[in-house]
Design a protein. Structure first.
Length: 131
């Protein structure tokens, strides 16, 4: 399938699902967390599809890979913040598991896309001293 837009990328679509789930779960967080963990978690989640979209819209594969790397960092941030929310009893283990399954799936897809976009070396360029 030809990718014409970031919207065609399944990793972007799944990351949008993750954002929606994060917004739903953070609605139940204590009000005093509105400018703390709630805001942090939402911003990190939004960063994932945003960086995938921005990277795909760039002119080079190297730039796209860089933005995917940033998205991967945001995925780790979301995971950490979800674990914090569980420790603070803001989220139950069942809902946490559901969110972490999607987060892990998006992370694997991001890694796979980064690998696919990795520069390929021909055997001639990797040989040293005419080996």
């Amino acid at each position: 399938m030809q990718v014409k837009s970031y919207k065609d990328l399944i990793v972007w679509q799944k990351s949008m699902d993750l954002v929606a789930m994060v917004y739903q779960v953070t609605k139940t967080f204590p009000r005093e967390e509105l400018y703390g963990l709630t805001n942090q978690l939402r911003r990190a989640a939004v960063s994932i599809p945003s960086n995938i979209a921005e990277g795909q819209a760039r002119n080079s594969t190297a730039e796209f890979r860089n933005f995917l790397s940033i998205a991967r960092g945001s995925l780790a941030e979301v995971e950490t913040q979800l674990l914090i929310a569980e420790r603070l009893n803001y989220i139950d283990s069942g809902k946490l598991r559901e969110l972490l399954i999607i987060q892990t799936e998006v992370n694997k897809m991001t890694n796979a896309l980064m690998s696919k976009l990795a520069p390929r070396h021909s055997p001639l360029t990797t040989m040293k001293g005419g080996e």
